[in-house]
Design a binder for this molecule. Structure first.
Ligand SMILES: Cc1ncc(COP(=O)(O)O)c(C=O)c1O
Length: 453
C-alpha cells in the first residue's frame, strides 16, 4: 500500500475503535477533543468553530452521547436541549420506542435494491396520507429539507404549467439553488444571483400583496406555478401570520389556478401543537413538505405529499420525471418515520407540544415583566418559541449565560436578537422549570452587564 493508504487506514481504525468502545479513557477523550478542533479547523472550515460554537466558553464541549431531552459531552457534562436540533428532536433523542424498530430493520436490510418493491416506502406513504389533512395522497420521499422543496417547486410547474413562484420576505426554505431562490433573506442569496429568475417575494402576512403579485403577472401573460410559504416563519424569528391569512392565501391560489405549497419542514409533525400547522389554519395545501422531526430524531427523511389534482398524467407516464434520489425513502429511514408516526399518535405529541408550549409562555410572561428591557417580547406556537432582545449582543449574552448553565438554545438565522426555544416535546416539566430558573439567572446577569435594569 502507498503511504497515504497506510496512514488513512490507521486513522480510520483509531476512530472506529473510539466508536466501538463502551468506555473511553481520559487520554482518549482528550485526544478526541484536541483532534476534533484540529479536524474542524483544517478539514471542515476554519470559520466553523468560531461561528458555530460562539456561545461555548470552552471549546472542549464535544458532543458524544444523547438521550431523551439532553446531550452529553465526552466527559459526561449534560446539556438540556432547548434547541431540539432546530426541530429534529420532537420525539426526543434516541427515543427507545423508535430506535428499536430502526435497529430491527437494520438487522434485516438497510438500503433498497432500487428495483424490487420496497414495502416500507408504500406503508409510509399510506400512513402519511392518513395523518395529513384533506385529500393529500401521493408521497415522494427525499433526504433533506431543501431537496423536498426542490420536488415541491418542480411538481408545481408540472401540475399547473405555470413558471413563476411567489415566496415571502424573510422565508427560509433551504439552501439548494431552487430553494434559496425562494429564500427571503438577501445575505443568503446575493452570491448566487442569477438563480431561478421567476420568483417574486411579497410581504409575509399580507394577502393583498400576494394577490396583486399573481394578478399582475397574469395580466402581462406570465403564469404563476406556485405559492411557497411557511405556516409560521421559523428562521425569520418565529413570525406568526395574522388570523385568516392562510384562508385568504388558499382562496387566492384557488381563484388563480396556482398550487399552494406549505413548507411544514419545521412546523409539522407536532411542533406547533397540532400535527400540521395548516390544520390549525383550517386549510389543505396542494403540496406539503415535511422533514426535520419526521425521522424521529434518528434518521434523516423528508419529502412531499400532494393532492391527486397535482399528480398529473405526465408524472404517472414517467414516475422519475420529478426526481429519483438514490436514498430517498430507504427502508431504514422509513422504519424510523413509521415508528415516529406511531409514537406521535400513541403519546399525543402535538398535544404535549401545545400544553408544554403554553407552560413555557406563562413562565416567559413572568420573566418578561421582571426584565422588560432585556426580554423585550416573546411569541410562540406550541414548542416553536422565540424570545426577542433589544440587540443581537444582548441575545447573545443570554444564550451564552444559558449555555454556561448547561441549557442549549440558539439564535435564528436572523441573528441572536431573536433566540429560540425549541425543545423536544417529551421534555419533562421538571426540566422546563429548571430551564426557566436558569433563564431567570441568565437574564439577571445580562441586565447587569448591559445596564438594562
Ligand atoms: C421551513 C424550512 N424549509 C426548509 C428547510 C431546509 O431543510 P434542510 O436544512 O434539511 O435542507 C428548513 C431548515 O431549517 C426549514 O426550516
Amino acid at each position: 500500500m502507498t503511504a497515504y493508504k497506510d496512514a488513512a487506514l490507521k486513522e480510520a481504525k483509531k476512530v472506529l475503535d473510539f466508536i466501538i468502545k463502551d468506555e473511553l479513557t481520559k487520554v482518549e477523550k482528550d485526544t478526541i477533543v484536541s483532534e476534533s478542533i484540529e479536524n474542524f479547523n483544517k478539514n471542515v472550515n476554519p470559520g466553523w468553530l468560531e461561528y458555530r460554537k460562539s456561545v461555548s466558553t470552552d471549546s472542549a464541549f464535544v458532543e458524544w452521547t444523547d438521550s431523551i431531552d439532553h446531550f452529553c459531552d465526552l466527559y459526561g457534562t449534560e446539556f438540556i436541549d432547548c434547541l431540539g436540533g432546530f426541530g429534529i428532536y420532537t420525539c426526543g433523542h434516541r427515543n427507545p420506542e423508535i430506535l428499536k424498530y430502526v435497529q430491527a430493520q437494520l438487522g434485516r436490510y438497510a438500503l433498497h435494491s432500487q428495483e424490487l418493491v420496497d414495502p416500507l416506502r408504500g406503508y409510509l406513504a399510506k400512513l402519511l396520507a392518513m395523518i395529513t389533512p384533506g385529500d393529500l395522497q401521493y408521497a415522494f420521499f427525499t433526504n433533506g429539507g431543501a431537496e423536498a422543496v426542490e420536488m415541491a417547486l418542480k411538481l408545481a410547474r408540472l401540475a399547473t404549467g405555470g413558471r413563476w413562484y411567489i415566496s415571502t420576505v424573510g422565508a427560509f426554505h433551504g439552501k439548494s439553488m431552487g430553494a434559496i431562490s425562494m429564500g427571503g433573506k438577501g445575505a443568503y442569496r446575493e452570491d448566487y444571483i442569477p438563480m431561478i429568475q421567476q420568483v417574486q417575494h411579497v410581504k409575509y402576512g399580507d394577502a393583498k400583496a400576494m394577490e396583486d403579485a399573481i394578478k399582475n403577472l397574469h395580466a402581462v401573460g406570465e403564469k404563476v406555478a406556485g405559492v411557497i410559504i411557511e405556516p409560521v416563519q421559523g428562521e425569520a424569528g418565529v413570525i406568526i401570520p395574522p388570523a385568516g391569512y392562510f384562508k385568504e392565501v388558499r382562496r387566492i391560489c384557488d381563484e388563480n389556478g396556482v398550487a399552494l405549497i406549505c413548507d411544514e419542514i419545521q412546523t409539522g409533525m407536532g411542533r406547533c401543537g397540532t400535527m400540521w400547522r395548516c390544520e390549525y389554519e383550517g386549510i389543505v395545501p396542494d403540496i406539503m413538505t415535511y422533514g426535520k422531526a419526521f425521522g424521529g430524531g434518528i434518521m434523516p427523511i423528508t419529502g412531499i405529499i400532494a393532492r391527486p389534482s397535482m399528480w398529473v398524467d405526465k408524472l404517472i407516464d414517467n414516475p422519475w420525471i420529478l426526481g429519483s434520489p438514490t436514498f430517498g425513502g430507504n427502508p431504514l429511514a422509513c422504519s424510523a418515520a413509521i415508528a415516529t408516526i406511531a409514537y406521535m399518535l400513541e403519546n399525543d405529541i402535538p398535544k404535549q407540544a401545545k400544553e408544554k408550549g403554553e407552560y413555557f409562555m406563562k413562565k416567559l410572561e413572568v420573566l418578561q415583566k421582571k426584565y422588560p428591557k432585556v426580554l423585550v417580547t416573546f411569541r410562540g406556537a406550541g414548542l416553536l418559541i422565540a424570545m426577542e432582545f433589544p440587540a443581537a449582543e444582548v441575545g447573545y449574552s443570554v444564550t451564552k449565560g444559558l449555555f454556561q448553565r448547561h441549557v442549549m438554545t440558539a439564535g435564528t438565522l436572523v441573528n441572536a436578537k431573536t433566540v429560540r426555544i425549541e425543545p423536544p416535546a417529551v421534555i419533562s416539566y421538571e426540566h422546563i422549570d429548571l430551564v426557566m430558573d436558569k433563564l431567570d439567572e441568565a437574564l439577571a446577569d445580562t441586565a447587569k452587564e448591559f445596564n438594562l435594569q
